[in-house]
Design a protein around this ligand. Sequence first.
Ligand code: SF4
Ligand code: SF4
Length: 116
Amino acid sequence: MAKAEEGLWYQCQRCTNCCQWEGDVVLEEGEVEVIADYLGIPLYEFVKDYTRLRENRLGLSLIDKSGTTECIMLDGRNCRLQEVKPVQCAGFPNRWNFPNWREVCEATPIVCEPEV
Ligand code: SF4
Ligand code: SF4
């Protein structure tokens, strides 16, 4: 996975495209507990109602809304998990991205001052 260009930070414009792509919204170890706690529901209930096995069966993913590829946690243009969103979500597009990602992501570049 590529990283964004050196010296630029891409500011999310909340277009929600990345919340509507097909594929896993990976939940890393420890995130399930944090998110269940944030939602104020028991862990088993969160796992039962909001997650599924990842395609590689090596962990959990959030589910999509029924009949769509839209993440179950997307509420209009907002993420219900904004304060505890999965690392995969928080890292895109600056910590990871893919070829031609700018064609599908509306984040705008901001020039960062070099660290001294
Ligand atoms: S958890 Fe939030 S940021 Fe991540 S895909 Fe779902 S709605 Fe989008
Ligand atoms: S696709 Fe890019 S601009 Fe749109 S919500 Fe995701 S990170 Fe933000």
